[in-house]
Design a protein around this ligand. Sequence first.
Ligand SMILES: [Zn+2]
Length: 132
Amino acid sequence: MTNAPDIGNKIKKIYHCPICKKTHEIFFQSDFANNRSKYPFSYVFLHKYENSENIEDKDKEILTTIYVDAQLNIRGVEALLNEDDTNILSKDISKEIIGKLTRFILELQDEHEILIKKFNDLEKKCEELSKP
Ligand SMILES: [Zn+2]
């Protein structure tokens, strides 16, 4: 691992957001797609609603799921906005968010296991190498 600044390693990608009806930019580390349990893998995050015509919507956040392949290309985009005026999420939206996050967590668990296995293999190799 190096201490080089991250900026040089970041890869810019764009995706079209079905809710803002705009193209957004996203930056990935060059190794972002490494060691995933499957491809395309999903990446879940929130972004602010970018729709300048509607001031009421400016604080709303959009739950975004993007599907990224091994070459860091964005293969799919899903976006969810809570349309309700209240801060309480509607039942359907909540269910969908929970479903997406659950899938995301399961993928992260798989990836974690892959990394642990690699780490253990490396540790074993190190031990063998350090034997007299
Ligand atoms: Zn958007």
